[in-house]
Design a protein around this ligand. Structure first.
Ligand SMILES: Cc1cc2nc3c(=O)[nH]c(=O)nc-3n(C[C@H](O)[C@H](O)[C@H](O)COP(=O)(O)OP(=O)(O)OC[C@H]3O[C@@H](n4cnc5c(N)ncnc54)[C@H](O)[C@@H]3O)c2cc1C
Length: 302
């Protein structure tokens, strides 16, 4: 498995800023993430130090070049799941393989993808879940459905097979965006991909059926939401991070409640601006450096 000192999920201002600090301090640093939304022809007028307007694209390119100068490895890849292993390290499963890290910085921005199911909230904790590794166990032998159109949903569906053979994927009417390999694995595992839209949920006390916009009802006692790509929220669920609504809870040093996991930028939800993301990235980078050093010292003592 590939190993690094610090894994940063997100290649936006927060992730790049954190990486510049960690790599300059001599830490092996890997960023996984593709171009952030702001990296287009948007004019950025309020970022410190630019009297001429700079575009988001150019600002991010400059950040990438600066990170590369200090030896940061950057990869456009998607993280599908993260967990902590027995050695107190973090393992990220990405579309291209697994990565083990001593410290993890979440800099994933905000996810705005919602499934658009009318009474979803009524069934949260009563069948609706956002985390297979947390709630899959409660669905042993029961019919379940995963909502999502991309590799994240496919991976969640395949993980559910360890608890139940009755798994389906519903794309909410979108064309499936899963890779050929994931589509093949779903087919081989007998998991149907329904290009349909769930309108609402039904059941007394707990989820029993999903109701399609056509009126069709499909039996499902578990509904796992996995739209788009995995977000910081999904990682929070599986790692046990405290949240504040949809945002990750951190202290002033960008430390989460799990030692070795830090978060910065929009996913922390303070002031959703580049300058704040850059500042929080620097703090997260500094805290991650301390964590790696402590972990090395502890290993030497052992
Ligand atoms: C169009 C637009 C214009 C804006 N204009 C301004 C402005 O003028 N001034 C200003 O200060 N702010 C502006 N903002 C806000 C600013 O862009 C954000 O506050 C800032 O980008 C947040 O940085 P971030 O690093 O936290 O997250 P983001 O920039 O959102 O980066 C998130 C990163 O996480 C990655 N990621 C997410 N999930 C995964 C996953 N599962 N696996 C791998 N990678 C993942 C993404 O690919 C991306 O690289 C604008 C935003 C937009 C969208």
């Amino acid at each position: 498995m590939e190993k690094t000192d610090i894994l940063i999920i997100g290649q936006g201002p927060a992730g790049l800023s954190a990486a510049i600090y960690t790599a300059r301090a001599g830490m092996r640093t890997l960023i996984v993430g593709c171009a952030p939304k702001v990296a287009g022809d948007y004019e950025i007028d309020n970022y410190f130090g630019f009297t001429e307007t700079i575009t988001g694209k150019e600002l991010i390119e400059r950040g990438r070049a600066q990170a590369a100068k200090f030896g940061v490895e950057m990869r456009c890849d998607r993280v599908l799941a993260v967990h902590q292993n027995g050695e107190q390290k973090f393992v990220a499963k990405t579309e291209e393989g697994d990565i083990e890290a001593t410290a993890l910085i979440l800099a994933t921005g905000v996810s705005r993808v919602r499934p658009g199911i009318a009474n979803l909230g009524d069934y949260e904790g009563k069948g609706v879940s956002y985390c297979v590794s947390c709630d899959g166990y409660f669905m042993r032998g029961k019919p379940v459905m995963v909502v999502g159109e991309a590799n994240f949903a496919a991976n969640q569906a395949l993980e559910l097979l360890q608890y139940t053979p009755s798994v389906q994927v519903c794309t909410q009417g979108k064309a499936p965006e899963m890779s050929e390999e994931f589509l093949w694995r779903l087919r081989e595992s007998g998991i149907p991909v329904l290009q349909k839209k769930i309108a609402s949920l039904a059941g007394n006390g707990g989820l029993e059926q999903v109701v399609m916009d056509s009126g069709e009802q499909i039996e499902a006692q578990g509904l796992f939401i996995a739209m788009g790509q995995a977000s910081s929220n999904d990682f929070a669920y599986s790692l046990g991070l405290l949240r504040n609504g949809q945002f990750i809870d951190t202290d002033r040093e960008q430390r989460t409640n799990i030692p070795g996991v830090f978060a910065a930028g929009d996913c922390v939800g303070r002031f959703l601006q580049i300058s704040v993301a850059v500042g929080e990235g620097a703090l997260a980078g500094r805290a991650a450096i301390s964590h790696v050093k402590e972990s090395r010292r502890a290993n030497l003592d052992k």
